[in-house]
Design a protein around this ligand. Structure first.
Ligand SMILES: Cc1cc2nc3c(=O)[nH]c(=O)nc-3n(C[C@H](O)[C@H](O)[C@H](O)COP(=O)(O)OP(=O)(O)OC[C@H]3O[C@@H](n4cnc5c(N)ncnc54)[C@H](O)[C@@H]3O)c2cc1C
Ligand code: SF4
Length: 325
């Protein structure tokens, strides 16, 4: 690792002030499970001058359901999401998504904010210095995307143009199905953005000096059923090839609300809105689930090596919908 200045931020305001002062040359350190690896591997061209530790900020690690909203602080550990009785009972898609992340050791250190803001896993992008990296590519600001003509078996099949890396965050997929908003603080005050709008083709929508302070979502209806399904190559520790989260409400045998989010197919979680609309006002059966799965993936366009992801995604969507019966 190279040397850097280190600060322990006592408040959100202090952390944002430090980020603004360093003007893009400082990074936040939460659990450090992603950040420290990228610093050690030196797989990026830019190296931060300063690290701002945010674990020292009090009060950002709460899970609270109140007045029709569930709020979760950015510093809540993934293990706390897995073990929360409230989440297991009422928001199982999120608790299950957190459970599928990495190992118990990593989940004990990793935070929700860090999981949402972690960097992509594209192997060209992460090529470490000790074996010849870093490598330039579109995401690093120069050159083409190497995955387009290269080995793209794990890359995007939806919506990508410049960079085909997929969002690696599992919690983002569950949060998208739960209609969550991401809470952001910065030099201009506080703002919120939908999870699906938070991710951008080359990163996320955080502006200079901003940090994530938590997430907020409407309380789920008592009748709704949730699922989070993830397909990986290795078990038990691996990033998703595809993941799907669903929140489906059925009343008197008829679907009144359907939310379906697809993960690891694009730069961020994607809501399958056409498929959701197809399910509403219908009774859910094998045929309805299969039709919705086809509709969910209708706009997907594979690269040379990743068409298999589309078929896996259809199967997961169908299974997740049928789990809500
Ligand atoms: C072996 C291994 C397997 C993994 N498997 C999975 C998996 O299956 N699914 C999955 O989703 N993830 C997986 N991960 C990634 C892991 O979930 C992330 O490393 C972790 O969630 C990051 O959280 P952290 O608190 O440690 O973040 P850090 O490493 O501290 O930070 C990560 C990034 O987010 C930024 N950041 C952190 N907090 C904030 C904030 N509040 N506001 C703004 N920016 C912030 C940091 O500046 C940094 O750029 C895996 C990681 C490893 C090492
Ligand atoms: S997918 Fe993105 S990160 Fe990977 S090589 Fe292409 S531009 Fe770079």
């Amino acid at each position: 690792m190279r040397p850097f200045a280190h600060f322990n931020a006592g408040t959100v305001k202090e952390a944002c002030k430090l980020l603004a002062k360093y003007d893009g040359r400082a990074v936040l350190n939460a659990g450090g499970t992603d950040l420290l690896g990228t610093l050690k591997g030196e797989n990026l061209f830019e190296y931060p001058e300063a690290l701002v530790n945010i674990k020292t900020i009090a009060g950002l690690d709460q899970v609270i359901e109140k007045k029709g909203f569930l709020r979760i602080g950015a510093l809540t550990k993934l293990s706390a999401l897995v073990n929360s009785t409230l989440l297991k009972k009422r928001y199982p898609a999120l608790s299950e998504a957190a459970r599928t992340v990495a190992t118990p050791q990593i989940r004990n250190a990793a935070t929700l904010g860090g999981n949402l803001c972690q960097d992509v896993r594209c192997w060209y992008y992460r090529y470490p210095r000790h074996i010849g990296g870093p490598i330039l590519c579109a995401r690093k600001g120069k050159g083409p995307c190497l995955a387009v003509k290269g080995d793209n078996r794990y890359h995007a099949v939806m919506g990508a143009k410049k960079c085909f890396a997929v969002c690696p965050s599992d919690t983002a997929v569950a949060l998208a199905a739960l209609d969550a908003q991401i809470k952001i603080a910065g030099p201009e005050g506080e703002r919120k953005t939908a999870v699906t709008d938070f991710f951008s083709p080359l990163g996320n929508s955080l502006r200079r000096g901003e940090m994530v302070t938590g997430v907020e979502m409407p309380s789920v209806e008592v009748e709704s059923k949730q699922a989070f399904l993830k397909f990986t190559l290795r078990k038990p520790v691996d990033f998703a090839i595809v993941s799907v989260a669903t929140v489906i409400t059925v009343k008197a045998g008829v679907c009144t609300d359907a939310r379906i989010a697809l993960g690891a197919l694009a730069a961020g979680p994607v809501r399958a809105s056409k498929a959701e609309k197809m399910l509403v006002d219908r009774s859910i059966d094998e045929k309805a689930a299969a039709d919705a799965a086809e509709a969910a993936l209708a706009g997907a366009k594979p690269l040379s090596m990743n068409a298999y992801k589309i078929e896996i995604a259809k199967t997961l969507v169908k299974r997740a919908i049928l789990e809500s019966l």
